[in-house]
Design a protein around this ligand. Structure first.
Ligand SMILES: Nc1ncnc2c1ncn2[C@@H]1O[C@H](COP(=O)(O)OP(=O)(O)O)[C@@H](O)[C@H]1O
Ligand SMILES: O=C(O)[C@@H](O)C(=O)COP(=O)(O)O
Length: 426
């Protein structure tokens, strides 16, 4: 069966967030890790989300990987491909949202690409091209301190223009509120002016329904889960959705084994969740300096977990406050320290799986990417939602046997997230 909607996600937590939104809005969906090996048997689904780890790599590498994924999705029938980016527009002036959007646009016939990171369910709204995170403009939100891509400008027309070869326009809220016809007319006008991409305002889900309806008529769009919601609802309304979504109860059928949480997210929400979880389960706070110094900290972490994990789930966290992160980065460099810590947390997770962990929560997008790659998991089925944007995932084709995972975006989830995740992944 040809797929109705294809997506390329720039990180793995983002991919599971989108897959969750598509599932909740009526599309049966599978999340693959990279382009699947031809031998992998995937279920018949409406939507495929290809997870890539291209948010924080060189633009040229991101473009090559995304272009290959686009080709794979088109070959399987996807008439529309959504490039899934973070709802907080995580990127730098070097990319990768602009360069990848430019490349996908070129591959699909040079139409103006509609772009919006709005995701009202998690408080991300866009007004006059400015992104708000909850009540704060992006540049005043915790994203200003992100370890890899600190966001210092809320004006996305400007942010996108700095990364893109083309010209970036705006579809403002008044136009979106006037409906699909008005949005199409505005895109036509922007095309005539030579624009290559357009940031679209959206505050409410009804705005995203309008944008989804318009985007679906084009080959490519760029956005977060909110735009996924709009596209899914437009597809459902079109009557083209045929396959039934898998029963959630099947997806979370118990897998047994031990249970652990590994965190490399330094986001404000994760730091709070760790503090709250520490009241009810053992938490090991890794020393980032020692993690960078050599393997001793990793083996100590594994033996610390080994002594406790049979009687309780454990948490192992590299997560630190912005002050500690910036001290470490000034000594070792931003990317070098981030990637070295990702490698260490992924090694710890893999060692825990080798010792019998079958239920694993990972906090942090880059951290999740490194961990899932290290585990060699090829794909996921989508289960029930733990918190907005974070579903339970069941592995597909995993050589270690079936596992349940939750890949938590740093900024997602309430204070009790870790306990809520463990309760569902019993
Ligand atoms: N103590 C620390 N100091 C510096 N960087 C860290 C520390 N702990 C984790 N990191 C790095 O910070 C980055 C966090 O990004 P990510 O995993 O995507 O989390 P989030 O989803 O919160 O953005 C990763 O590269 C991780 O390895
Ligand atoms: O859109 C979102 O906010 C998330 O789906 C997402 O991409 C999260 O990225 P991380 O915060 O790096 O996990």
């Amino acid at each position: 069966m040809p797929i109705l909607l294809g997506s390329i996600a720039d990180d793995y937590t983002g991919a599971s967030d989108l897959a969750n939104t598509l599932t909740k809005n009526g599309l049966s969906t599978v999340q693959t890790v990279g382009i699947p090996d031809p031998s992998l048997v995937l279920p018949d689904v409406d939507a495929v989300v290809v997870s890539l780890k291209i948010r924080s790599v060189a633009a040229v590498e991101a473009v090559a990987a995304a272009t290959e994924a686009e080709r794979w999705l088109r070959e399987r029938g996807a008439a529309h491909v959504l490039y899934k980016i973070c709802s907080t527009f995580d990127s730098t002036d070097a990319g990768n949202i602009g360069p990848v959007t430019d490349a996908l646009r070129k591959a699909a016939g040079n139409d103006v690409v509609l772009v919006t990171p709005a995701f009202p369910e998690t408080g991300r709204t866009v007004y006059l091209g400015h992104l708000f995170v909850g009540g704060q403009p992006l540049n005043e939100s915790p994203l200003k301190d992100h370890p890899l891509n600190p966001m210092h400008d809320a004006n996305l027309v400007r942010v996108m223009a700095r990364q893109s070869r083309g010209t970036v326009g705006l579809v403002d809220l008044a136009t979106v509120s006037a409906g699909a016809g008005a949005v199409k007319a505005r895109l036509e006008a922007l095309r005539a002016e030579g624009a290559t991409a357009a940031i679209a305002d959206a505050i409410f889900e009804r705005d995203l329904e309008t944008l989804g309806q318009v985007a679906l008529q084009a080959p490519v769009s760029t956005g977060a889960s909110g735009l996924g919601l709009g596209l899914a609802r437009a597809l459902t309304r079109s009557g083209r959705v045929s396959s039934a979504t898998a029963a959630t109860a099947d997806v979370i059928e118990p897998v047994g084994g031990l249970c652990a949480i590994v965190s490399g997210s330094c986001s404000k929400a994760t730091l709070r969740q760790l503090d709250v979880a520490e009241r009810s389960m053992p938490v090991l706070r890794l020393d980032p300096e020692r993690l960078l110094a050599g393997p001793d900290a990793i083996s100590e972490a594994i033996s610390w977990a080994g002594e406790r994990i049979c009687s309780s789930p454990v948490i192992i966290a590299a997560s630190s406050t912005p002050e500690v992160v910036s001290r470490l980065q000034s000594q070792y460099g931003r990317e070098a320290s981030g990637h070295a810590i990702e490698k260490a947390t992924a090694t710890i997770a893999a060692e825990l799986v080798a010792r019998g962990v079958r239920r694993l929560v990972v906090a942090g997008g880059e951290t999740s990417g490194a961990t899932v790659d290290r585990l060699g998991i090829p794909a996921f089925q989508i289960g029930p939602e733990i918190a907005p944007g974070v579903p339970v995932l069941r592995t597909v084709g995993n050589t270690q046997g079936d596992m349940l995972l939750a890949l938590k975006s740093g900024n997602f989830g309430g204070e009790e997230f870790f306990m809520e995740a463990l309760a569902i992944m019993h």
